[in-house]
Write a protein that binds this ligand. Sequence first.
Ligand SMILES: NC(=O)c1ccc[n+]([C@@H]2O[C@H](COP(=O)([O-])OP(=O)(O)OC[C@H]3O[C@@H](n4cnc5c(N)ncnc54)[C@H](OP(=O)(O)O)[C@@H]3O)[C@@H](O)[C@H]2O)c1
Length: 330
Amino acid sequence: MKAAFIEQAGPPEVIQYGELPIPKVEENQALVRTAAVSINPIDTYIRGGAKYWELPSPFVLGCDIAGEVVEVGSNVSGLAVGQRVWGSNQGLLGRQGTFAEYCAIDEQWLYPIPDGVDSESMAAAALVGITAHLGLFREARLRAGETIFVRGGAGGVGSMVLQMASAIGATVIATAGGAEKAAVCRRLGAKHVVDYTQGNICEQVSDFAPSGVQVFWETLREPDFDMAVSLLSEKGRIILMAGRDARPPFPVGPFYVKGCSMHGFVMFKATAEEQRACAADINHWFTNGQLQAVIDRTLPLSEAAEAHRLQEAHTIGNTSTLTGKLVLRP
Ligand SMILES: NC(=O)c1ccc[n+]([C@@H]2O[C@H](COP(=O)([O-])OP(=O)(O)OC[C@H]3O[C@@H](n4cnc5c(N)ncnc54)[C@H](OP(=O)(O)O)[C@@H]3O)[C@@H](O)[C@H]2O)c1
């Protein structure tokens, strides 16, 4: 089968596109014929040499997948050959990734694709959708009627956060880089969008939410705690999920005096049961039209290295060149 894989860490050029054997299914696994995968920033960190865990060699890149079950292991009870499935959390914690024509994946990480929903959308929504759900509901405990500020509303995670928050009846304020991305955020349900390339973010958010926002979701790798704490209401919650190397200043006084809290997490440490609960809501919202994937473009899997270049420039290089997700098809 064709796959995009690495045998050593390094720049996008280390990605090879070539033949690997079709993986054998273990008893708890399904063999999935890949229809679409999507790229996440963590794919680029791992490829670039981040030593979070030992990688298999060769290491197939990628966390997200949508496809069709073509074989099931002897202990698999909830999946059938021919079923369309999506999943995430692959390529992590020592598991092989998804950038291949076939992937052997533990049943616990696979979910049915709702009728009428295309594979590209499910692949694009996978890791970012589960992340958004965990942060909004397990961590921030966002409720209808509250206001959330999403810094990075047109991004992979941010676009999911703002749609899910809207779906449960929260008011969303988001940032976007430019008029086109602002229009995307409004289309997805943001009540107010601040173009961060123009004017002062804090002033504009304060005009819209004078008594503060209940939740501040930071998607940037350099969190701005002065901004976050100044915009939060009493008992406000900060969601933090990016910026492993960041060491920003922190306004201790205003944070505790307002009784705020801060919640950090990584999606891949959530249990299979927690992630399955997220997937059920994601499927529900895709079915009723409250959630859609934001896909910048779809590339052939053979262009995995180019996809890594584009994602890295956008997320790490701050070029603001993508709107949403890059999807690849074998
Ligand atoms: N903890 C976890 O489990 C977890 C899960 C997923 C992702 N992450 C991390 O979360 C981060 C975001 O991931 P992603 O997939 O959403 O990445 P992404 O699609 O690249 O989104 C990055 C966002 O940052 C925004 N941005 C860049 N510069 C900005 C600025 N100066 N002011 C305001 N916004 C700015 C971009 O806005 P514009 O496009 O409008 O310019 C874009 O919305 C990454 O660091 C990733 O590694 C963590």
